[in-house]
Design a protein around this ligand. Structure first.
Ligand code: IDC
Length: 332
């Protein structure tokens, strides 16, 4: 009798240990993507598969042609530990070695980098934004044909992935007014939707993705479309927060796919106080945000110090002042 009791007690204890190990492993395994699944747009926000608001806390690469070394597993893993749940893969279309100006070999290299970035993000349960980074080419219509071809290829490749989002024109400016943007976006969205009915698509807005209020007056039709707002806190303060709130009030789904606390040139003095004001407002509205930029370039928007040559596994001395500010917000 006594022996049986000891045996049963031992079995129960063992079972208890097994169950707690399993649940611990599940908790420690839970990633942004495994916990939230495919994202979609509801009202002004991004939501997860259960309809609950999901807030993107992202980091953007610098131009993939210029800083490809940071697209590696250790790098993304290190960012994940800092609270980052999304990586934006910034692929310039013009500039030096841009997708549309660097030739066929360069296009292959860039596509490989995008594929590597998506694969690594997927493996770590992070979201990936594929960014068609127009900048000097202010009007997205300039490369519409290439964009359609590129995004069709991406959509075919990633239609079954739950973690891929498409940003179809980083920062329209100049002739990239809302008329041209909507004409471009309609064509590119149609191309993506012919392959993938669900992925979230982000559309840039006029004046370097600041005029979300203009987009709000005449938004595009269709589901799972968001509009980009970019701010650099040392330059863009209350007037831009007002535009953002105007757009939200009109029901526009806004996503901050690029921001920093430097000036609009990605350099100069940082403004932590303006940055704090922005983050408080974004948190209040549960708007996602992606910080510029993952590199050690000698500019204040870089997240790594210029002296840091490591491409992952960074320690506090490797991070720039902006990064240190950012990690505090991403921890919350
Ligand atoms: C900047 C980079 C800088 C690079 C420049 C031109 O930080 O190193 O020389 O582009 O390619 C944006 C753009 C983004 C800019 C960033 C800072 O989307 O490409 O990166 N910025 O100027 N919009 C507002 C600011």
């Amino acid at each position: 009798m006594k022996k049986w009791r000891i045996f049963f007690t031992a079995c129960l204890v063992m079972l208890g240990i097994c169950l707690s190990v399993i649940s611990f492993r599940q908790v420690s395994k839970a990633s942004a993507v495994s916990a939230n699944g495919r994202l979609s747009v509801k009202g002004t926000k991004l939501v997860n598969e259960k309809g609950k608001t999901f807030v993107i806390k992202g980091v953007s690469t610098h131009g993939l042609s210029w800083y490809p070394q940071y697209v590696n597993k250790k790098s993304f893993q290190t960012l994940k530990k800092k609270g980052v749940n999304t990586i934006r893969l910034a692929m310039y279309t013009e500039d030096y070695n841009g997708y549309c100006t660097g030739g066929a070999e360069n296009q292959k290299t860039l596509k490989k980098l995008v594929a590597k970035g998506v694969k690594l993000a997927s493996g770590l349960g992070m979201y990936a934004i594929i960014d068609w980074h127009i900048l000097n080419d202010g009007n997205p219509m300039n490369h519409q044909a290439e964009a359609k071809k590129f995004f069709k290829e991406m959509a075919k490749k990633y239609r079954s992935k739950k973690n891929v989002l498409y940003e179809i024109c980083n920062e329209p400016n100049g002739a990239g007014n809302w008329n041209n943007i909507t004409a471009y976006a309609k064509a590119v969205i149609k191309t993506i939707r012919s392959v993938d009915k669900k992925a979230v698509i982000i559309v840039g807005t006029p004046t370097w993705s600041q005029d979300v209020d203009v987009a709000a007056q005449n938004p595009l039709k269709g589901k799972n479309i968001m509009y980009a707002l970019h701010f650099y806190a040392a330059t863009h303060g209350q007037y831009l927060r007002d535009k953002y709130e105007t757009a939200l009030k009109q029901g526009l789904p806004v996503l901050v796919t690029e921001f920093g606390i430097s000036d609009a040139y990605g350099n100069g003095n940082l403004s932590k106080s303006e940055g704090d004001a922005w983050m408080k407002l974004l948190n209040k509205n549960k708007t996602g945000r992606v910080c510029w930029n993952l590199s050690n370039k000698a500019e204040s928007s870089a997240l790594l110090n210029p002296s840091c040559k490591k491409t992952g596994g960074w320690k506090s001395e490797d991070y720039s002042e902006q990064a240190k500010w950012l990690w505090k917000w991403y921890k919350k």
